[in-house]
Each structure stands twice: as structure tokens, then as C-alpha cells.
Design a protein around this ligand. Structure first.
Ligand SMILES: NC(=O)c1ccc[n+]([C@@H]2O[C@H](COP(=O)([O-])OP(=O)(O)OC[C@H]3O[C@@H](n4cnc5c(N)ncnc54)[C@H](O)[C@@H]3O)[C@@H](O)[C@H]2O)c1
Length: 285
């Protein structure tokens, strides 16, 4: 049976990689961004990763060419008309997402699903930009999506059971493990569990109980996590964690999510972790 076309809007870090994942899984893909140069950057990332696979003998040059062949590039959103599912991965900005959803609603056949890869925003609010709220849901991939196994499938207030099932099935077709987030709650599951751990780890350092290095060592060796909370924050960018804490604080109005001052200081000083080479591991310097 011919596989349905997967549309991806936004070809940045996540969108480009999700399009790659879909094409690697044998789906025809249509990838859309505002300018050709962003699409070209996404394709060169795909090529770079697959060149390494070819070198290691995990993929043949023909397979690589087939994957690239399956990815159609466009700067014209109306080309999405042939997609059965569109995954939106534009910038984390509510107005930008709503604009894309409302246009897609006009362009797509009524049975097509529109999913968002937002890491924090309300699925219900995004869905309200369309006339098909039952066929809108969150499909939250983790970075890098070609490697990370989990996909959170998130219900908006009106998302139908059929939409959830179709997206879980699609995640499995991508070789992922889907879980269902039954209610539209800030941070879904992973970020909701992770952020309080970040905050508590930072407080331990602020109180002088241990250094970032030793907290990471304790967590990796004592809890068997692959990465400690400070390594993970430095890896993702220290500003991302602060952004999510501020968002949770605003949504829940709960001190549990109040960002520690030392984190805010690091961000204000532009010491953002891996991107600048000076994050938590240089905290005391
Ligand atoms: N980066 C991560 O680790 C991560 C993980 C999970 C989820 N997310 C979420 O995924 C989404 C994308 O994040 P990212 O890190 O890939 O961002 P990014 O900035 O790397 O990419 C966004 C892309 O969207 C394009 N874009 C903006 N408006 C557009 C429009 N109207 N039409 C088409 N393209 C448009 C931009 O040109 C850019 O190429 C965000 O909602 C983010 O919260 C990110």
C-alpha cells in the first residue's frame, strides 16, 4: 500500500530532522520553510548524517539517494494539499503557529490531521485557529528525533480518539514509542518531570551542598541517568530551561516552578552552556 504523504512545516533543528526521519521510514515527505536557504540547510544536515551512515556501512549510497528523493522541498504552503498528516515545527511563538494552522486548515482536505511539535504551548489554543479541532493534536518529538525513541501524543480539548490513534500509529511507523498525554497540560510529561529536577539540582549548588560536577556524578551513578541535570542544561542551552521555568511559573502560579536566581544570572551574562562554552560547569569561575 502506498504510504501517505507527510508534510512538515519549518525546516529548522526539529522540522528538518522530523522530515528526515519520515523519509528514512519510507514516507513521501513535503518540507516547507519561508526561504530556500533554510531548506538547503536542512538537506545538507540530512546528507551529512547519511554520509556517516554510508561510511560505516549502515546504509548504501543508493538508499541515501532514495531517502533524499522522497523529500520534496517548497516555500509554498499550498503544496501541503496532498499531505495526510502535517507536522508543524515553526518557531515557538503562538501567533506564528496559529497563522500556519489557519492557513493549513484552508489548504488541506478535511480528513488530514495537523499536529504541532510545540514543546510547551496549549494544543487547545493552537487548534482553535482551525475549523477541525478534533483533527489537531500535539506530536512532541525529542532532539534529535532520528535517535530519541519517545513521542508524546498530546490531546487538545477536542482531539478525537481517532486522531490520537492515527498519530500513535504514525509514531510507530517512524520506529518510535508513542505515549498519550491525556490532557493538555503545560510541559506535557517529560518537561514536567525534568524541570523540578533541574530546579532542585540548582538549589543544591546555591546552598553550597555540592558542585555541579558532583551533582551530575550523583545523578548519573546513583539514579542511572545517562546525563546529569547540569550536563543536560548545558547541552540544551541554559536559557531553554529558564524559559520553560518562567512559562510553568506563569501557567501554574506555583512557587515550585520559580526559577533560581543563579540560573537567571547565568542567562543574563550570556553564559548559555554548550553554545558559548560557559554554562554550569564554569559556574564558580
Ligand atoms: N530544538 C529542540 O530541542 C526542540 C525539541 C522539541 C520540540 N521543539 C519545538 O519544535 C519547534 C521548532 O523548534 P526548532 O528548534 O526546530 O526551531 P528552529 O528555529 O531551528 O526552526 C524553526 C524553522 O521554522 C521556520 N519558520 C518560521 N515560520 C515559518 C512559517 N510561517 N512557515 C514555514 N516555516 C517557518 C524558520 O525559518 C526555521 O527554519 C518549536 O515549537 C520548539 O519548541 C524543539
Amino acid at each position: 500500500m502506498k504510504k501517505q504523504t507527510i508534510g512538515v512545516v519549518g525546516s529548522g533543528t526539529m522540522g528538518g530532522a522530523i522530515a528526515h526521519l519520515a523519509a528514512l521510514s519510507g514516507f513521501p515527505v513535503i518540507l516547507c520553510d519561508l526561504e530556500e536557504k533554510y531548506l538547503a540547510r536542512a538537506v545538507s544536515r540530512m546528507e551529512h548524517l547519511m554520509n556517516k551512515s554510508v561510511e560505516k556501512g549502515r546504509m548504501t549510497a543508493e538508499q541515501k539517494a532514495d531517502v533524499l528523493e522522497r523529500v520534496e522541498l517548497t516555500t509554498d504552503l499550498s503544496q501541503m494539499a496532498k499531505a495526510g498528516v502535517v507536522i508543524e515545527a515553526v518557531i515557538e511563538d503562538m501567533e506564528a503557529k496559529k497563522a500556519v494552522f489557519s492557513q493549513l486548515d484552508e489548504i488541506l482536505p478535511p480528513e488530514s490531521i495537523i499536529a504541532t511539535n510545540t514543546s510547551s504551548m496549549s494544543i487547545t489554543v493552537i487548534a482553535e485557529a482551525t475549523g477541525r479541532q478534533e483533527r489537531v493534536a500535539g506530536m512532541h518529538f525529542f532532539n534529535p528525533p532520528q535517535v530519541m525513541k519517545l513521542v508524546e501524543v498530546v490531546r487538545g480539548y477536542k482531539t478525537s480518539d481517532e486522531t490520537v490513534e492515527r498519530l500513535k500509529e504514525l509514531a510507530r511507523d517512524f520506529g518510535k514509542e508513542p505515549i498519550e498525554v491525556k490532557k493538555d497540560a503545560p510541559g506535557f510529561i517529560v518537561n514536567r518531570v525534568m524541570i523540578p529536577q533541574f530546579i532542585e539540582a540548582i538549589r543544591l549548588v546555591e546552598e553550597g551542598v555540592a558542585s555541579p560536577e558532583d551533582v551530575d556524578k550523583a545523578v548519573t551513578l546513583g539514579l542511572n541517568y545517562p546525563m546529569g541535570p547540569f550536563t543536560l542544561q548545558d547541552f540544551a542551552g541554559v536559557d531553554i530551561g529558564l524559559h520553560v521555568m518562567d512559562y510553568f511559573y506563569e501557567e501554574f502560579k506555583d512557587d515550585r516552578f520559580a526559577a533560581p536566581l543563579s540560573l537567571r544570572r547565568l542567562v543574563r551574562a550570556g553564559r548559555l552552556g554548550k553554545k558559548t562554552g560557559a554554562g554550569w560547569y564554569d559556574y564558580e569561575k
